[in-house]
Design a protein around this ligand. Structure first.
Ligand code: PEP
Ligand code: MN
Length: 248
């Protein structure tokens, strides 16, 4: 059995509407999950893709948070969004694309005492990742959750994998740090049917948590539908996770 703290974070890649978020929140909370992904500001590869609802998302999400009492995990893509996010967010996420953005990392270190979920860049070595994490460290308290999310290799050529799941790195990163090391099988694989097996493999080798993309209707998703679990797939994953950890 995995010892606490265990971070099971789940929710849609992006918050797209109040209806989508409410439907997803319902089954995510029913499963016992307390940390919910709230993708309000999305770092998208193409400027033509949906960029997230931005601060408008927090208008209805803060009401739902008051009612259902869950923890909000949300990505900050730039300093200018900090003020709008600060009052709502419990855990700031720094995404793979910003792992090397030292000025954002230093800004967060100076401006927040909240926990930070820090994702490995798909092109970062482990020492680069762990050095970057030091920019965020709060010397007075354990404020970091490290998240491995797949790296770029030649495995993507001619295959359906979005990245190479960096499972072995869980072993190495856990040896190098005292912070919880969690795994994101959604981005690591990019394929919904691969998400649960990769998630359980990560737990089998000692991950301290999971970040999972799930949404009420993956085929309608504006962002990462291909890798998002629907309600049934998500509940199935939760049953598997409970073999490793009873409460999360
Ligand atoms: C995300 O988790 O919403 C995300 C964009 O992932 P990553 O930064 O790992 O690409
Ligand atoms: Mn995503």
């Amino acid at each position: 059995m995995i010892k606490k703290p265990f971070y099971f974070i789940a929710g849609p890649c992006a918050v797209e509407s109040e209806d989508q978020f409410k439907k997803t929140l319902k089954y995510v909370l029913e499963s016992g999950v307390k940390y919910v992904r709230v993708g309000a500001y999305k770092p998208r590869t193409s400027p033509d893709s949906f960029q997230g609802l931005g601060k408008a998302a927090f208008h209805f999400i803060s009401k739902l948070k008051n009612k259902y009492n869950f923890q909000i995990v949300s990505e900050i893509v730039g300093e200018s969004d900090f003020k709008d996010m600060e009052t709502h967010v419990d855990i700031f996420q720094v995404g793979a694309r910003n792992m090397f953005n030292y000025s954002l990392l230093k800004f967060l270190q100076r401006n927040t005492e909240k926990k930070i979920l820090f994702k490995r860049s798909f092109s970062a070595t482990i020492p680069e990742y762990l050095n970057a994490a030091k920019y965020l460290e709060n010397k007075k308290k354990d404020n970091l959750i490290l998240c491995l999310r797949g790296i770029r290799t030649f495995e993507q050529i001619g295959s359906s994998l979005r990245y190479t799941p960096d499972l072995g790195s869980i072993l190495e990163v856990k040896k190098m740090t005292h912070y919880p090391v969690i795994f994101d099988p959604s981005h690591a694989t990019g394929v919904s049917e691969f998400v649960a097996p990769a998630a359980l493999a990560a737990l089998a080798i000692g991950a301290d948590g999971l970040m999972i993309e799930t949404t009420s209707s993956p085929c309608d998703a504006l962002c990462d539908g291909k890798q998002s679990l629907d309600k049934k797939q998500f509940k199935h994953l939760v049953t598997g996770v409970k073999k490793y950890v009873k409460h999360f």
